[in-house]
Structures are given as C-alpha cells and as structure tokens.
Design a protein around this ligand. Sequence first.
Ligand code: HEC
Ligand code: HEC
Length: 189
Amino acid sequence: MTKREYLGAVVLLSALSVSVASLGWSDEDEPWEHDHGFWHRSAGVEPASDPTYRNECSACHFAYPAGLLPERSWVQLMRRLDDHFGENAELDEDTRKKIENYLRGHAAEHVPNRFSRSMLRSLSEGETPLRITETPFFRYKHREIPPRMVQKNPKVRSFANCASCHTMADRGIYDEDTVRIPGFGQWDD
Ligand code: HEC
Ligand code: HEC
C-alpha cells in the first residue's frame, strides 16, 4: 500500500480501538455513571496522602480516602470525634482543624475520579452520610457480597475494613481484579 493508504489504515484502526474501548465502558452498570472521560475509566481514587490524617486516623481502621465522602460529611464527622461510632477519637484543636481542612479539600466534590462522582450522584442533597459503607453507591457496588464473607467472616467482620479485601487500597486502587476476600480468595462474579 502507498504511504497515504498506510496512514489512513493506522488512523482508521486507532479510531476503531477508541470506539471499542468506549463501548466497553458504556455498558457500566451503575445507574449514576454517565460520562466517559479519562478519570471515568480509572478504577482509582486518590489515597489518603496527608501525614497528619494518616497518623491520627488509622489507629483503629484504614485511613479512608477523603474522596469517598462529600465535604459536608467530613465536617459533621470531625465535629463529633468524642462520640465516634462508639469510640472516643478526640484530638487537640490544632490537629483536628488540620485534618478537617485536608479532608474537606480532598472530599468527593474536589477530586476528579469516577467513584467520587458516582458517590455524590448517589446521594440526595440533604443527605449527610457519616459512613462510606452506608451510601447507596457503596451498597450498590457491594450488593453481591454475602454476609458469610463479611460480617460472619472473622478475618473481615465489617465492610469498613476496606483493606482486608482490597489489596491495593493503600494506593487508592479498588478494581475487582485486586480484591481478595480472606478465606475466600479472588472475587469472581
Ligand atoms: C479510637 C479508634 C478510632 C479512631 C482513632 C478513629 N476512628 Fe474512625 N471509626 C472507629 C470505629 C470503631 C468505626 C466503626 C467501624 C465499623 O463499623 O466497623 C469507625 C468508622 C469510621 C468511618 C466510617 C467507616 C464506614 O463504615 O464507612 C469513618 C469515615 C471514620 N471512622 C473516620 C475517622 C477519622 C477521620 C478519624 C480521625 C480523625 C478516625 N476515624 C479515627 C474508630 C476510630
Ligand atoms: C468483604 C470484602 C470487601 C470489603 C471489606 C470492601 N470491599 Fe469494596 N469491593 C469488594 C468486591 C468483591 C468488589 C467488586 C464487586 C463487583 O464488582 O462485583 C468491590 C468493589 C468496590 C469498588 C468498585 C470497584 C470498581 O471497579 O467498580 C469500590 C470503589 C470499593 N469496593 C471500595 C471499597 C471501600 C472504600 C471499602 C471500605 C470502606 C470497601 N470497598 C470494602 C469487596 C470488599
């Protein structure tokens, strides 16, 4: 073929592979996902990056990504640390304020990824969830996982223990291929 035909074929092929890729994503099953930008395709959310937040808020559990709750949720959560899911997680005011600022600045409204966007869309405006695990988005994503793998599984016990199943959670990666449920192994639905 001539050089021009060759170039034409290359352009055509790359156009084809782009449309195949977007087709693959367009049948995503979440009711809240509509657009198809770059972040939409990534199965990631920025992991907890602030050292103060990581230090102070991971003594009892995984340091959750700020981007998985809206700003209003973090404000409310940080206001009642003395009564934190049955625990006292109080901090001195300087540290508390520092962490609150970090969480607010990196909340779902402010970070570009499809999970944060879907999370926001799954909530009505008046809703202020204090748990990631109670949002419709989270429930929807985990709806097929039976209690014997979670609440009745001594190695997991609660959906709040993200990192016990999501082996790359500390890097902000949550896609299915990286899930290993302790005692059950790789997730395959
Ligand atoms: C003294 C222990 C302790 C400390 C320190 C602590 N937490 Fe928690 N946190 C808990 C417990 C217990 C739960 C409930 C876990 C469960 O349901 O399995 C929880 C749950 C949460 C949840 C909801 C998880 C879900 O179900 O989606 C968030 C968000 C959270 N904590 C944020 C924080 C932040 C932010 C800090 C730091 C300011 C913090 N925690 C420090 C004990 C603690
Ligand atoms: C019992 C194991 C388990 C725990 C605990 C768990 N997950 Fe998951 N998670 C899964 C499985 C399995 C999937 C894949 C579900 C499917 O697509 O069929 C999943 C899917 C997801 C997805 C969507 C991934 C994608 O590509 O669409 C996100 C985001 C996620 N989990 C975040 C979290 C967060 C944050 C926590 C903690 C608050 C958590 N998970 C706790 C097992 C778990």
